[in-house]
Design a protein around this ligand. Sequence first.
Ligand code: FAD
Length: 497
Amino acid sequence: MSIMMPEADQAVLARRTEIAAALRAIVPGEGVIDSAAEMLAYESDGLTAYRQPPMVVVLPDTTEQVAKVLKYCQQQGIKVVPRGSGTSLSGGALPLADGVLLGLGKFKRIREIDFDNRVVVTEPGVTNLAISQAVAHAGFYYAPDPSSQIACSIGGNVAENSGGVHCLKYGMTTNNVLGCEIVLMSGEILRIGGKSAENAGYDLMGIITGSEGLLGVITEITVRILQKPETARALMVGFAEVEAAGECVAAIIGAGIIPGGMEMMDKPAIHAAEAFVHAGYPLDVEALLIIELDGPQVEVDELIKRVEAIAQGCGSTSCQISTSEAERNLFWAGRKAAFPAVGRISPDYLCMDGTIPRGALPKALARIRELSEKYGLGVANVFHAGDGNLHPLILYDANKPGEIEKAEAFGADILRCCVELGGVLTGEHGVGIEKRDLMPEMFTEIDLNQQQRLKCAFDAEGLLNPGKVFPTLHRCAELGRVHVHAGKLAFPDIPRF
Ligand SMILES: Cc1cc2nc3c(=O)[nH]c(=O)nc-3n(C[C@H](O)[C@H](O)[C@H](O)COP(=O)(O)OP(=O)(O)OC[C@H]3O[C@@H](n4cnc5c(N)ncnc54)[C@H](O)[C@@H]3O)c2cc1C
């Protein structure tokens, strides 16, 4: 994949000082950063292979300030990149050289906890985990739990439609948000949904969720909270073959059992996680399933027996069942730390994110192994197995010439394979810049044009997060007629490290 971004507008860049001064008038105090040294902190997100300092950073802390910043930028024709905590793995929050980076880090307040309606109204900069922590005393929690939950913001979760190990049973972010306040590029403030699950009109919340910062800036979110299940226990099941573990996943779902979470790791991932976290993972297996069953005690006891029997039928070689909350958390600790654990065994890794129908898991794994040999690069596999969401971590060394290009080509082939197997290009990490140029593998030109018409309805000048998600930029007025492949929007390479 070669990553190209819109060419910097030199006229806008020449006005940097003037633009910073205008933003300071809107966001006084320390809300505007334009020193090169301080802006380094914002030059990349979780896709660290790509870096680009922004023209200026603005950190508003009220919706009114966001509205004024966006209105000013629209009037001046300035691009804007929204940013939450900057943990995106697809480059969605990568700045633009001639763009304002609008950070939501100061939106840190939980505005309301409403146990009667089982919702929390929160600002977008609050971390995912902080929402669960805020309601834990009453036995509630917020279900979607990305592994990055200690750091990622709920605004970023909505923008990426993030998932986590418990999304198999409780749904992705889109199933757990009820409403939001969003500021359009024009500065208009739109309120969508609310505390109720039913809303009249188009499902605009569904459109905003997963919109990757291209439609508006989210300044408030209403999320659903759930009561913690009476019991949760986890099984750690080992297999001598990855394919057998894949079959076990399909058999459990096929038996009508929906576990609270069902995750798989292959041998390299198991070894890396065990060395890092010491979770007690068996090291003599090729694949490990962690299966969590939750609900009333009697139901969980019964389900454990059924899952154990299914696993044995699929040839499991070991099975350990958590006997305490501490042990259950330990089983998960290794899985949740799998990405940083792999970071300890390889100088660099590329985390891919594709989805396949569950039944295709063994085929996908076999193909990934073939590709690993073809490219001569190692791979550690971590999956949200129940959802068919793959996270192959491709191991490479950026200091070796040509290795990052090889890793990217390997990753692109994995995603093509997901589409061929009837899956999709992304499970939960978004398209961003990482998968943007692969969008035509999955969508026709008609599909992509229609998606861009939707973008045009929110942001006709294409100023919000341009260069992300869509492989070709079209001018709104001309969509469906002449295709304008840039001209002014020619794409030079962006610096990569
Ligand atoms: C170690 C690690 C583990 C991870 N594990 C998971 C996982 O299990 N599941 C998962 O889904 N993801 C995971 N991720 C990816 C990442 O954490 C999620 O995509 C997360 O939702 C990003 O949130 P953020 O606040 O960091 O957003 P950012 O990275 O700042 O931004 C992400 C995108 O959202 C847009 N955006 C951010 N805030 C707003 C806003 N308020 N309004 C409009 N647009 C906005 C940005 O423009 C960008 O396009 C992981 C990342 C890491 C580094």
